[in-house]
Design a protein around this ligand. Structure first.
Ligand code: SF4
Length: 239
């Protein structure tokens, strides 16, 4: 990184403490607990969630569980049967073969349909292993590592990407994929789980895609978007 890039990163990272304190004033701090479902369930769930909403993802995941005895049955089923089951999630023609290919790869490499071994790997290796699977990108990998294992990975979903850009954590031209390592360098590892959820809640309730409700937000003092819009308003009033 150049000196300018380093100082720009430092400016963005320096917002963290104030933003975290502000979000703590609005939302609880959820504590990670080992989920009742498996890490492989989490991975398949994430693949189903691509380009759809939570409700449709949940319908498709439930349909897989009802229609197939286990992941082995999904792997060995005719692809059309998997397509039919996951139709509520959309893009079923792409997702069904992708899910079967992921299961096939896991079985071929591990001899069993489980990805629990990732918990014991160095984080970087676990992430690389996951993203080497066809159709698994940085967000899906981070969700599995953070939610299934409680590891310090920071998923950047659409809310976090938008809110992070408005606050000024994430540069406007940075892609969502690149925002993952960027946010992981800003947010302390022990905070990843709760800060991720708090940012999503903030994006759903106050800093929404439709409108940033800055009048209800405790982050105005550190938010780039607020500073910019405030200056613009001031100029238009007096200009
Ligand atoms: S001050 Fe406004 S733009 Fe900034 S995080 Fe809060 S709601 Fe979003």
């Amino acid at each position: 990184m150049t000196t300018t890039q380093v100082s720009d990163f430092k400016r963005r990272a320096a917002k963290y403490t104030a933003v975290s304190t502000g979000l703590d004033s609005l939302y609880e701090r959820p504590i990670w607990k080992a989920p009742t479902h498996t890490a492989l369930d989490e991975l398949i769930d994430c693949i189903l969630s691509q380009s759809t909403n939570d409700a449709n993802r949940d319908k498709a995941f439930a349909a897989l569980k009802v229609n197939f005895a286990d992941w082995d049955a999904v792997l060995n089923a005719p692809t059309q049967a998997v397509i039919n089951a996951i139709k509520p999630a959309g893009l079923a023609n792409q997702k069904a073969p992708r899910i079967q290919q992921v299961l096939r790869t896991i079985y071929a490499e591990r001899g069993t349909l489980s990805i629990d071994f990732l918990r014991e790997m160095p984080l970087k290796d676990a992430r690389n292993w996951l993203t080497a699977l066809d159709g698994v990108g940085p967000k899906t990998a981070a969700i599995v590592l953070c939610f299934a294992f409680g590891l310090p990975a920071f998923p950047v979903d659409t809310h976090i990407y938008r809110v992070g850009q408005r606050i000024g954590f994430i540069p406007s031209k940075m892609s969502a994929d690149k925002a993952h390592p960027h946010m992981e360098a800003i947010v302390p590892g022990s905070d990843h789980y709760h800060f991720h959820l708090q940012m999503i809640w903030h994006g759903r309730q106050i800093c929404t895609a439709r409108r940033a409700m800055c009048e209800r937000c405790p982050l105005t003092q550190v938010c780039d978007y607020y500073a910019q819009t405030h200056v613009t308003e001031g100029k238009s009033k007096h200009g």
